[in-house]
Design a protein around this ligand. Structure first.
Ligand SMILES: Cc1ncc(COP(=O)(O)O)c(C=O)c1O
Length: 495
């Protein structure tokens, strides 16, 4: 893989790990062995190094092939909402495998898919009436794009074939397909594919990130109004009757690091969509299905404004299955039912019975074990511990912590080194150094860079997203190991 220039995030992580391992003696270097594994592999990895092999998972604990046990404080990528090996989910998968493992959705439907769809609709408090399935987040968002095109243009289910434009936001992520990369604006992930992205039909407005982009002399209300006006201006510039939809992550996940919009923002953005007859679409692939402590993030952090269409994925199957879902409001459902009557789109593994059985079991466990209440409480406790450990009066990290933010089971710590002259990370990224050190200390976290300016060239944040059934004691272990890892890196790189 030498000579292959990776996008920023991955490249920086590689550099960070190289620096990290090269600063150790050969004996202590074995401590970072899992990140620098040299075993032969036939897998084309996503990383310039070979990741260690996990051989067992139990709750938030993961056993590695080299005998080490690590704590997964981020659920992989905010996915494993029940941790590993939940007995009820495993039983459901086994039971379904004994019945029907696969049918093709254009020929036959299956019970778990029907039941899962009904479950999602029934639990939406009237927000949704119809559901489609996909095999993950990117596929779900790509399906959302195609559904919206079908609604307006292709089949004209809700009419107006002249509508061709989508408006997304800068500093967003909607997936790694060419369509979703076009819709979103994640500079590092778009980078290598720029020439192949569609800039004719996909347009972008500013992110809703008050702590970085609200002006010093602006109130929150004025900031929201500025963003609303920008969206309206974009509609007008494109031709208001040419816009299919405005699309946003309810809580921005990996790009800026768990950033919720200011109060009133989604209401304001929806008002523009309503004014010009466009769709209001939310991507809750990462922030949905309980991650923020409410089933849908918009219930708590989106002004309670339900979208016309919504994608969910990660917390739907909790990592037990590759699955995503596309949820449609009554208006959309009626548009389709009264017109074309079906979805001109699909994939071979749509409605896959084992995946649907697993996701259904995950959703039932979340409900029956009252896990949203648990993660709200444990999340609040994590916030308290992070604040004390990273921002307390004697905390060495305090001068560098820009923000600790989140809700439920989704938290980010953003660091800022613009004022800190006494640290030299030697060309590496702090967030990546912390991620590597945390793993060395037995903790999986997710380091990200490039979320604090529009160009995606500045910023360090680290995401924590523990399972919804995490205990108080486990939260304490996570906070202790995380703060320790941050402090070790600060100490190591102090000039
Ligand atoms: C908001 C959002 N949308 C879409 C995706 C793509 O999901 P997947 O990686 O399952 O394809 C992600 C993945 O992180 C995401 O965070």
């Amino acid at each position: 893989m030498r000579g292959y220039q990776l996008p920023d995030h991955d490249h920086q992580l590689h550099v960070a790990l190289w620096i990290f391992s090269s600063t150790r003696t050969s004996r202590s270097c074995s401590l970072v062995y899992p990140m620098t594994d040299t075993r032969p592999t036939a897998i084309l990895q996503r990383t310039p190094w070979i990741p260690p092999i996990a051989i067992a998972a139990d709750g938030i604990y993961i056993d590695l092939v080299d005998g080490r046990r690590v704590i997964d404080a981020v659920g992989g990528a905010a996915v494993a909402c029940l941790g590993g090996s939940h007995p009820k989910v495993i039983q459901a998968i086994k039971d379904q495998a004994d019945k029907v493992s696969y049918v093709y959705n254009m020929q036959l439907s299956n019970q778990p898919a029907e039941e899962l769809a009904s479950n999602l609709i029934a639990n939406s408090k009237g927000a949704f009436e119809l559901c489609g399935f996909a095999s993950g987040g990117s596929e779900a968002m790509e399906s959302v794009i195609k559904l919206a095109i079908q609604l307006y243009k292709y089949f004209g289910d809700i009419g107006q074939a002249q509508r061709v434009n989508f408006i997304g936001r800068k500093l967003s992520f909607h997936g790694n397909t060419l369509g979703t990369l076009s819709l979103a604006y994640h500079p590092a992930r778009r980078g290598p594919y720029k020439e192949h992205l569609d800039s004719k039909h996909f347009h972008h407005v500013s992110p809703a990130y008050a702590k970085r982009f609200q002006k010093p002399d602006e109130t929150e209300e004025q900031y929201v109004e500025r963003l609303r006006q920008e969206l309206e201006d974009k509609f007008i510039a494109l031709g208001p009757d040419t816009v299919i939809a405005f699309v946003a992550e309810t809580v921005v996940g990996a790009t800026t690091g768990v950033v919720a919009a200011p109060k009133g923002y989604f209401k304001a953005m929806k008002s523009v969509c309503d004014k010009y007859g466009a769709l209001f679409i939310l991507d809750e692939v990462m922030s949905g299905m309980g991650r923020m402590g409410t089933l849908h993030a918009w219930e708590s952090l989106g002004d309670g404004v339900a979208p016309d269409i919504q994608a969910v994925a990660k917390g739907l199957g909790g990592g037990y299955a590759s699955i995503g879902a596309i949820l449609m409001s009554k208006r959309i459902a009626s548009g389709i039912r009264d017109n074309s009557g079906f979805w001109k789109h699909g994939h071979t593994y749509q409605c896959q019975p084992l995946a649907c059985a697993a996701a259904l079991a995950v959703q039932k466990v979340i409900e029956s074990e009252n896990l949203l209440e648990n993660i709200r409480a444990q999340g609040a406790y994590l916030e308290k511990l992070l604040q004390a450990g990273l921002q307390g009066p004697n905390a060495p990290a305090a001068p560098y912590v820009f923000d600790i933010r989140g809700a439920g089971g989704f938290w980010a710590v953003e660091f800022d080194f613009t004022e800190a002259t006494k640290l030299n990370f030697k060309g590496s990224a702090f967030a990546m150094l912390v991620q590597a050190r945390a793993l060395n200390n037995g903790l999986l976290v997710m380091g990200m860079t490039g979320g604090s300016n529009l160009e995606g060239t500045k910023g360090d944040h680290i995401i924590l997203a523990p399972a919804y059934n995490v205990t108080k004691e486990e939260i304490e272990k996570i906070a202790t190991l995380f703060v320790q890892s941050v402090e070790e890196i600060l100490l190591q790189y102090a000039a």
